[in-house]
Design a protein around this ligand. Structure first.
Ligand code: C2E
Ligand code: CA
Ligand code: CA
Ligand code: CA
Length: 278
């Protein structure tokens, strides 16, 4: 890129060029990935502690790149958010999740599918309408879905986020606050927003077995959630010991490697047939 220096000279900075070239090609690749069918819908089961039943599944996207192989969301979601590509990806995820919902309903199973939304999605005025059209086309009830939103996504533009969330909630879709405890100034919004679920961030859950501080945080968060009338979900359950800890604390649902890693969406039915709660 050509840059104007303070002394008026024009200099050429090739490092900027390289970086922008790389991001331009990543954007092109992401755009092509939808047409080339390179995204895969993975899901991770959510288990009800009291009954041991699978009550939900979180949709997690994977990118199977022809050269780079499996690309994890952390490597392209932030970029997709910056560039606005995330809106297209979110619609793809919603479409795939709706197809999964149909399959589950056909099998007589009631599993709520959770989809992650980003800041950009909350700023997208068309999203509620697009979502309603999808439900009608697939003949699905809005209550088959839960939408997960992080605190930071709401804080970016709370007024607009609140409008979008209110419209979605009025349709009957459930809302969840994701990564709870990692953001800030969330409590005031928790009271105001029409949320149904609070998801305790895995950073507090992973080491519950050995960290008394984490146990305290998790216990208090469960109480806080319940006092606000919310369902509380713990993510990052990696051991049977933590499963029992959470269950004894009256946590509602758990999700984590101990039960299952994220699996391809078309394997969920089979997984459910084999699942036995501890
Ligand atoms: P997230 O929404 O907090 O999703 C949970 C992440 O924790 C997933 O990582 C999941 O695989 C991982 N996880 C689940 N159980 C355990 C466990 O027991 N131990 C550990 N160490 N990790 C566990 P994943 O699939 O790599 O996704 C990372 C993030 O990328 C997600 O975090 C979410 O923020 C974002 N993401 C993934 N798919 C989508 C999507 O379709 N749309 C949007 N907007 N974001 C997505
Ligand atoms: Ca999530
Ligand atoms: Ca999370
Ligand atoms: Ca309970």
């Amino acid at each position: 890129a050509a840059k104007l220096r303070n002394d008026g000279a024009v200099v050429y900075d090739s490092s900027i060029d390289k970086a922008s070239e790389q991001s331009l090609s990543l954007l092109t690749e992401l755009r092509n990935a939808i047409e080339r069918n390179e995204f895969r819908l993975f899901v991770q089961p959510k288990i009800h502690f009291d009954t041991g039943e699978v009550v939900g599944a979180e949709a997690l996207v994977r990118w199977v790149h022809p050269e780079r192989g499996n690309v994890f969301p952390d490597q392209f979601i932030p970029f997709a958010e910056q560039t606005g590509f995330i809106r297209k990806l979110t619609r793809w995820v919603l479409e795939q999740s709706a197809a999964l919902c149909q399959d589950l309903e056909a099998a007589g199973l009631h599993v709520k599918v959770s989809v992650n939304l980003s800041t950009r999605d909350l700023m997208d005025q068309d999203l509620p309408t697009k979502f309603r059209e999808l439900l009608e086309r697939r003949r699905l009830s809005a209550s088959s879905f839960c939408l997960e939103i992080t605190e930071s996504a709401i804080m970016d533009d709370p007024v607009r986020a609140e409008q979008t969330l209110a419209r979605l909630h009025a349709m009957g879709v459930e809302l969840s606050i994701d990564d709870f405890g990692t953001g800030y100034s969330s409590l005031a919004y928790l009271k105001r927003l029409p949320v149904n679920e609070l998801k305790i961030d895995k950073s507090f859950v992973l080491n519950m077995e050995s960290d008394a501080g984490d146990v305290m945080i998790v216990r208090s968060t469960i109480q806080l959630g319940h006092n606000l009338g919310l369902r509380v979900v713990a993510e990052g359950v990696e051991s049977e010991a933590v499963w029992h800890q959470l269950k004894s604390m009256n946590c509602d649902q758990g999700q984590g490697y101990y039960m299952s890693r994220p699996i391809p969406a078309d394997q969920l039915l089979l997984w459910m047939q084999q699942w036995r709660a501890p």
